[in-house]
Write a protein that binds this ligand. Sequence first.
Ligand code: CU
Length: 135
Amino acid sequence: MRLREGLLLAVIAAVSIAAPVHAATHTINISLVTFDPAVLTVNVGDTVIWRNNSFLQHTVTRGINCQPASGGFDSGIMDPDGQFSFTFANTGSFDYFCLLHCIAGMRGTVVVEIAPVPIAATTWGGIKALYRTVR
Ligand SMILES: [Cu+2]
């Protein structure tokens, strides 16, 4: 009986080992006067990189209706081939625009969600267990 309990504890310990956190990196391409994709959904902790693939200067400025938000991210002027990155630590919907071309409709949104918790199922002999991997 003690041996079986010990074995069960060992199995529980094995599945409790933390899985590595995999924060993803996403790219938004800037071409002419558009952000592509204009709406991007990511998970908390992910990083977004905006790459200026146009021949124009642009900015990535947090705000809505062409009005910068206080305390938001701002790339400043990005020259052609420049890039800007930002890591999203909180959930929410983050509107942004280009200061130079907002009137022309150069706007985008990053939607940040909580990463789904993976659920796994395993069977050992007659024991079936559901567990979540620790992130
Ligand atoms: Cu622009």
